[in-house]
Design a binder for this molecule. Structure first.
Ligand code: SF4
Length: 223
């Protein structure tokens, strides 16, 4: 299904289609390096996009099989699109960010992490979850001939950047696509994402993504 968000076309669905994040007439400007940025959700994407869009031709890639609750998965996707539409409209004379959606395949995630259901957040289950999403992003970036790949996951203070970075550099070696090595929580990245989420009126979830994390959040609240 194809929709329009602000001044850019948005492709929704599993087909391989991509918007470049370049403005019409960008051929006349020095070419910016292209980046496929894995987006875990709208709120985390806000400050990452704000920080990188001036220097890179960004395409946000929504690939999150870890969000096993279907309703939550689409709510987060629509929140990301809400943000991109508003951001692109606001910056349309300077730069825009594109959007690409991966397949929704929660069974792929569940198969991999089920033996680690009792792991705490930040443990081995999360390592597998990062690897699944980042590897798919690197693979897609290679397929699309992009210069870089990266992820918005590092905005969260709960995410260990060294683990993400190590994985990113391994995937760079494997695919030949460069890992854009930015810890987005630095330079007040998380605080800024909270400010921007308020500014754009975005839904902000209170758990990471999987049902394991959701139940842990409910339990914390109850205890
Ligand atoms: S807590 Fe978050 S990072 Fe860890 S497995 Fe669940 S969704 Fe993935």
């Amino acid at each position: 299904m194809e929709k329009t968000a602000g001044c850019m076309p948005v492709i929704i669905g599993d087909d391989i289609s991509v918007t470049s994040g370049e403005l019409p007439g960008a051929a006349l400007l020095p070419k910016k390096p292209s980046v496929l940025m894995h987006a875990c959700c709208g709120p985390c994407s806000t400050s990452c996009v704000e920080r990188t869009a001036p220097d890179y031709a960004l395409t946000l890639y929504y690939y999150n099989p870890n969000i096993t609750d279907r309703e939550e998965y689409y709510l987060r996707r629509d929140t990301l699109l809400q943000f991109l539409e508003a951001f692109n409209e606001e910056h349309k004379d300077m730069y825009t960010a594109g959007y690409l959606e991966g397949a929704y395949e929660p069974e792929r995630y569940i198969d991999k992490v089920m033996p680690l259901a009792d792991e705490p957040e930040g443990g081995r289950r999360c390592d597998i979850c990062f690897a699944l999403r980042l590897a798919e992003t690197a693979r897609k970036a290679k397929e699309l001939g992009m210069d870089y790949f990266t992820t918005t996951m590092s905005v969260s203070p709960h995410k260990n950047y060294e683990k993400i970075r190590t994985l990113g550099l391994e995937l760079e070696e494997e695919t030949g696509v460069k890992f854009l090595d930015i810890d987005f929580k630095k330079k007040n990245g998380f605080g800024r994402s909270v400010e921007l989420s308020k500014k754009y009126g975005l839904y902000r979830q209170n758990f990471c993504g999987c049902d394991f994390a959701r139940y842990a959040a409910v339990k914390r609240k109850r205890d």
